[in-house]
Design a protein around this ligand. Structure first.
Ligand SMILES: [Zn+2]
Length: 362
């Protein structure tokens, strides 16, 4: 039996707050948490309804630091629906929010990633974040994920001192992430490290020696299904997938990304239809460290799956998606040029649907 952890990083946008402040808070919440669009919501409540309909559980890593900036009620508004639906609330921290906090727990020091701070500061920041979460009604968190995966070994030491037993900030599927945890990229299963159990984000083999992390927007439904199948076939006790509260949304345009929304539905149907897979919460069924002799490997590369995903990603990014970040998409100018050519296709809805059906048929 393989346990799949569907993990959903649940967060307001710090960059939206930087541009729009408190005046934009309502829009920030609607977009980033509720996934609100003119055609319906696709955020956490929608996702939980879909999960519930399939009898699945998910782990919501909630960032409570906005509570330091705009008051603790915002954390309650995020946490309560998750608890009401019976899913897991665990801790996520985007330290970018400290730049906006009037009363800083670290004397005004700021940093993009939690790993930018000293061990003593990390202990304070994570402690404050934990208290914001529990004050909002969540059970004491037992698991953590750093925003941007930006943890280091001191993060894990701080978590251990705070009694938070699990971390899932290590992402061996991204070669150049902000993660500074000193584990080899070959570590793919839960492992004891710096006083906690590190639960790596799932990965598959990509082109060449590269890897891709198992995130809803990073893999096609077919690749994700193959990765889960591989985890089951190789007797992995657990496998972690990543998504976000806003993952099904094109935040820039405020519209649903139908390709990603379809992937989410297909993932739910896949997981619900398997008797040899369960989904779970960290509270009810925490990850277990496998014995050292049990070697885990990533799903081997498939050129056909990759080619189809690239086609799907192209559609997703150009017709429905957000502008790729320069870090992830170094050919930004190329993207802009192609966008000018592709953009008129927005009006050719039947063509979009045809292409989407063809590419997501697997
Ligand atoms: Zn995050």
């Amino acid at each position: 039996m393989t346990r799949v952890y569907i993990t959903v990083d649940t967060e307001l946008s710090a960059s939206h707050f930087a541009h729009h402040g408190r005046e934009g808070l309502s829009e920030n919440f609607d977009r980033a948490i509720l996934g609100r669009t003119a055609t319906g919501d696709v955020g956490i409540v929608h996702q939980m309804r879909r999960l519930d309909a399939h009898g699945l559980k998910a782990v919501f890593f909630v960032d409570p630091l906005p509570g330091l900036v705009v008051g603790p009620d915002i954390v309650k508004r995020i946490v309560h629906p998750i608890l009401d639906h019976g899913h897991d609330v665990q801790l996520h921290v985007h330290s970018e929010w400290l730049a906006f906090a009037e009363r800083s727990p670290v004397d005004g020091r700021t940093g993009r990633n939690i790993g930018d701070f000293s061990l003593a500061d990390q202990f304070r920041i994570i402690g404050v974040a934990r208290d914001l979460l529990t004050d909002a009604g969540a059970p004491a968190p037992i698991a953590f994920r750093a925003g941007n995966y930006g943890a280091n070994d001191d993060t894990l030491r701080a978590l251990a001192r705070l009694g938070i037993r699990y971390d899932s900030s290590f992402c061996p599927g991204i070669a150049r992430s902000a993660c500074r945890i000193t584990l080899s990229a070959d570590v793919l299963a839960p492992v004891d490290h710096c006083g906690v159990i590190e639960v790596p984000v799932g990965a598959i083999t990509g082109w060449g020696e590269g890897r891709r992390h198992v995130q809803l927007t990073a893999l096609s439904a077919w690749e994700m299904a193959a990765a889960i199948e591989h985890a089951v076939a190789s007797n992995q006790a657990s496998f972690s997938l990543v998504s976000h509260s806003f993952e099904l949304l094109n935040r820039r345009q405020g519209t649903v990304n139908p390709i990603v929304a379809r992937r989410f539905d297909r993932l739910c149907a896949l997981l619900a239809g398997r008797k040899d897979i369960t989904t779970g919460t960290y509270i009810a069924c925490p990850p277990v460290v496998p014995p050292p002799w049990r070697h885990v490997e990533t799903l081997p590369h498939s050129p056909v799956r990759t080619a189809l995903r690239l086609g799907e990603q192209f559609l997703s990014n150009h017709l429905f998606g957000e502008t790729p970040s320069p870090r992830l998409m170094p050919h930004g100018r190329l993207w802009m040029a192609s966008q000018r050519i592709i953009h008129p296709l927005h009006h050719l809805v039947p063509l979009q649907n045809l292409a989407m059906d063809a590419l997501t048929a697997f």
